[in-house]
Structures are given as structure tokens and as C-alpha cells.
Design a protein around this ligand. Structure first.
Ligand code: MLT
Length: 312
């Protein structure tokens, strides 16, 4: 009976609005990716996909909300690399990053940029390093809370220069960007999705990108590897998740709609403008994403433990 009803259920899915939880504040890069992907998925699923921003604790509050949601396919989580760093950072996590979810698919690979308020007194990354070390009790670093991508990049940066800076946590790097633009906070490492337009309009300063090679849409920016931090590399990926127990045919419908979104001309064009790459199809399947997420958890846990960073 259950199998029959699941099959019938899956056949008619979706019959109502789907809520896509973004575990960061509106206006940030994760939110931007979610709205683009959600808009396209609602077209192919024939139901509205509404975005709900549930910020706080580096994305773990929003992730916990979805982990506990009914596994009926009407609540999904659009998260990022923070799904793989939270297990090492939060010792009292109320969910298991791998076992509390059904991975639906990988979405993007996003470079990060090292940026500062526009009158920060350093003309290049070498000068920034010198200034930060000489003024370590003064310089403030913005992030979206322990477990965010901006936190991870900051943690790697502070470990690399062996200098702890005052960090100012926000519910997302959307609000953080407002303070950077206003000069209330000094530096930040954030996704190109959020920084590209501000860099190009000269409203903030950019010192480098965190990827192995330069970013085409910001080609005059050196990699941090070139600019003074050898082998410094971190890139943000975004993934879509449903609660554990969501029927496989429903996960497959969501996966199919996600794959369609990644081929959507509008999504691809917008991503390209934002320096964001949609992942190749092969990496975007549920099984491929589960394997990737496990590999990322295994990769970041020892690095986080070595840095001695944790949230609680
Ligand atoms: C992050 O730092 O994790 C993200 O930029 C947060 C956000 O998307 O607002």
C-alpha cells in the first residue's frame, strides 16, 4: 500500500507551492543563486517556488529547519560549502549534514574575492598583508557567522598570516556588504556573486581571487596565490537538499527541474555576469552530490580541527 501510495503521490507531485529555505539573509550570494534557480525550477515544476531566508549561526539554523521538515518535497534547502564545514565547527549540531538530507544536486562553483572598504589604506594585497599584521587589533573582518563561506575564507586567511582579527558576524554577506560599502567594517572575503558589481563600480576595493586561476569576469585581479599567499585556495559550491525520507521519485523530479535550471539561458547568462559557474551535468546528480558532500566533509574537518576553530 505504501509503495502504491508513494508512486501515486510522486506521480502528482508537485501539487502546491514549494518553499526553498536559504540559510542566509536576503540580498547575499546564496540568496541570489536561490532566486535564480528557484525561478527556473518553478517554471518546469509548474508550481511556485518561494524563497524563505532563515539566517543565523553560519547557515546551521536554516539547515536544521529543513532537516526537521516533512519529507514531502515541499521544503528544500539551498545551501553551500557550509554544509560540509558545520560538522567540524559545531559540536552540538542538531542534524547530520549527510544523513538528515537527501542531496538533490550540486549547482555552482563560485570563486571568492578578497575585498575591502573603498578607502582601505593598501594599494595591493602585499600592502594589505603588511597593514593587517601591523594593525591586527584595529582591522575588522566581516563574515556571515561561523560556518559561512566568508568565515571559512577568513579562517584560512587568518591561519595563513598567523594573525587573529576582530570578526563582525552578519546574517549574510548581503547585510555585511552594506557595512563594507558604508566603511563600517574593513575587509571581507566573499563570493563573486556578491562582489563583482561593487568592484566594477569602484564602491569597494578588490585585492585578489581565491581560486587557482584568475576569474574571467575579473581578469585584472591576481589570485591570492600570485599575490602573496602561496596555495591559498577556496571556492564556494552550492547544493540543493530535501529532508531525509523524501520519496526518491520526488527527489528525481526536483533533480530534473534543477538540471533544467542549470541549462536555462537566463540562469547561465546571469551566472556568467556574476562570475558563477553552473556545474557540469555529471556532477549535479543526487548520487554525485552525496559523494561530493562526503568528500568535502572529509576534506575540511581536519583543516578546521588543525585551525582550532569551532563555534560552541
Ligand atoms: C557566506 O559567506 O556563507 C555567504 O556569502 C553568506 C550569504 O550568502 O549571505
Amino acid at each position: 500500500a505504501l509503495v502504491a501510495s508513494t508512486a501515486a503521490y510522486a506521480q502528482s507531485y508537485p501539487t502546491k507551492t514549494i518553499t526553498m529555505i536559504v540559510p542566509f539573509a536576503a540580498g547575499g550570494p546564496t540568496d541570489t543563486v536561490a532566486r535564480l534557480v528557484g525561478q527556473s525550477m518553478s517554471k518546469s515544476l509548474g508550481q511556485q517556488v518561494i524563497i524563505e531566508n532563515v539566517g543565523g549561526a553560519g547557515g546551521t539554523i536554516g539547515a536544521a529547519r529543513v532537516a526537521k521538515a516533512d519529507p514531502d518535497g515541499y521544503t528544500v534547502l539551498l545551501h553551500h560549502i557550509g554544509q560540509s564545514t558545520a560538522p567540524a565547527l559545531y559540536r552540538k549540531l542538531t542534524y547530520n549534514a549527510l544523513d538528515s538530507f537527501e542531496p538533490v544536486g550540486l549547482i555552482t562553483d563560485v570563486p571568492m574575492t578578497f575585498v575591502a572598504r573603498k578607502d582601505f589604506p593598501a594599494k595591493d594585497f602585499k600592502e594589505l598583508l603588511a597593514y593587517v599584521k601591523a594593525n591586527k587589533n584595529k582591522v575588522t573582518y566581516a563574515n556571515a557567522g561561523v560556518g559561512s563561506a566568508s568565515h571559512l575564507c577568513g579562517m584560512l586567511f587568518m591561519s595563513a598570516i598567523d594573525t587573529d582579527l576582530t570578526t563582525v558576524p552578519y546574517k549574510g554577506t548581503g547585510p555585511a556588504m552594506n557595512d563594507l560599502l558604508g566603511g563600517q567594517v574593513d575587509i571581507m572575503c566573499d563570493q563573486t556573486t556578491n562582489t563583482t558589481s561593487q568592484i566594477k563600480s569602484g564602491k569597494i576595493k578588490a585585492y585578489g581571487v581565491t581560486t587557482k586561476s584568475r576569474v574571467a569576469s575579473l581578469s585584472d585581479l591576481p589570485t591570492l596565490h600570485e599575490a602573496g599567499l602561496p596555495n591559498f585556495e577556496v571556492a564556494v559550491w552550492h547544493g540543493l537538499y530535501a529532508p531525509k525520507g523524501t520519496p526518491k521519485p520526488v527527489v528525481d523530479s526536483l533533480s530534473k527541474a534543477l538540471q533544467t535550471a542549470l541549462k536555462d539561458a537566463t540562469v547561465k547568462q546571469r551566472f556568467a555576469e556574476l562570475g558563477t559557474e553552473p556545474v557540469a551535468e555529471a556532477r549535479a546528480t543526487p548520487d554525485a552530490h552525496r559523494a561530493f558532500l562526503k568528500a568535502e566533509i572529509d576534506k575540511w574537518s581536519p583543516i578546521i580541527k588543525k585551525a582550532g576553530v569551532y563555534a560552541d
